[in-house]
Design a protein around this ligand. Sequence first.
Ligand code: 6AU
Length: 471
Amino acid sequence: MPADIKSFCVELFKVNAIKFGEFKTKVGLMTPVYCDLRVIVSYPKLMETLTGLLVEQLTRIKNIDILCGVPYTALPIATCVSMSTSIPMVMRRKEAKDYGTKKLIEGVFKLGDKCLIVEDVVTSGSSILETVNDLKAAGIACENAVVLLNREQGGEGILKKNGIKMHALLTMTELIGYLREADCIDDSVVVKVKAYLKEAQVDASVLLKTPSEDRLKLSFASRAKVAKNPVAEELFRIMTTKQTTLCLAADLTSSTDILNLAEQAGPHICLFKTHIDIIEDFHPNFLKPLQEIAERHNFLLFEDRKFADIGKTVELQYRKGVYKISSWAKVVTAHSITGKGVLDAIKASGEGAGVFLLAETSAAGSLIDEKYTKATLKLAEQYPDLITGIVCQSPLFLQNPGLLQLTPGVQLDAKSDGLGQQYNTPDNVVRDRGADIAVVGRGISKAKEPEITAEKYKSILWDAYSKRLQE
Ligand code: 6AU
């Protein structure tokens, strides 16, 4: 058996399923070793070896009625194990539960069936726990998980605390030992990886909570740790540091007025939202002082372009023309009406960019219906590293704490504007409608004293968020 696993490790290295260098993890930290078993589907012989190794491991576990692979990498692996052992399999859907009414567990099972979880790599154990949560909710018992690689970063302990025994074929220490023996890596890599493993132990308190907890009850600081889009992560941090959830809509037509407003409201906002094409005296030089103010006051620039064309046109609108939006806006808005092309275009052009996808609007008489809203959320799910959040008027998603809900149509003094805009109060949008960030435009820009008014909105919004956490 050890000979088998050694040559299997070398093969994994050869097909780049194990890589050494400098890589960014899901949560934005750097790691010297990266394991991506997704490629294994392209190597049937390797899949066969892995199946054999897992099946051998599995013979030591008693009372297995069904198998379930953790989506997505382990799905084909579980399928092979199921075929080879004749143990039936179920499948867990990865889509967030509140996005639709579909069944979460596909396949045939009985209440109380004992399910063995199949996974490729365990770091924190959180992916296994998400799957276990859904299986348990369907009445399936889970006590064991068979995995290929234990990265030794705390996952085994976290799983144990949650009643799951992990049976790993390999530890990271064994893996690098085998690869060193086979001369795939040198001593310096071994030292680096070992030092990393010591340092990069997972913060269990955050990970244990997030899979099952509703975002409305989690602090922005803890949500920063699970955000998949870098702009969302940065925003959560700014919101926490500055204690503000206020996005200012600077819908003014003069560059000087916009710069003055940014300077005055800067200390109180996390986002400064522009409609760059309404500026009458626009010159690219205007962007430099705006960026300087944003940096000084620690807020992000947000162009509300509402991209909606075919991908190629969006690419040009995003990168080219007078405005060169991708060069200065950290985050933009997009409609979902034309589907994936818009998001593919932005993703390809803007490194580390963010998108707020519009799923509902504050406009009276909008043609958006429930079906469109649901389809928008589904589209967002397909771009976790690009989507910063959802523009909407109600708490459409609860179980994805890394995403932000951005809600416009907020004012203290007006109910509407005579042109279809509908307003709610800051407290109402945060506590009843699920807003994480509230967009306020004319409520501040038309006020006699925009700076004092911005501070007032900021503090009402923050109070509402603090109350929401405690309710
Ligand atoms: O507070 P207001 O009404 O002065 O400004 C609201 C801002 C405007 C709108 O273009 C924008 O929010 N907006 C959006 C966004 C942000 O995409 C969507 C929506 O449904 N309603 C809405 O007003 O700049």
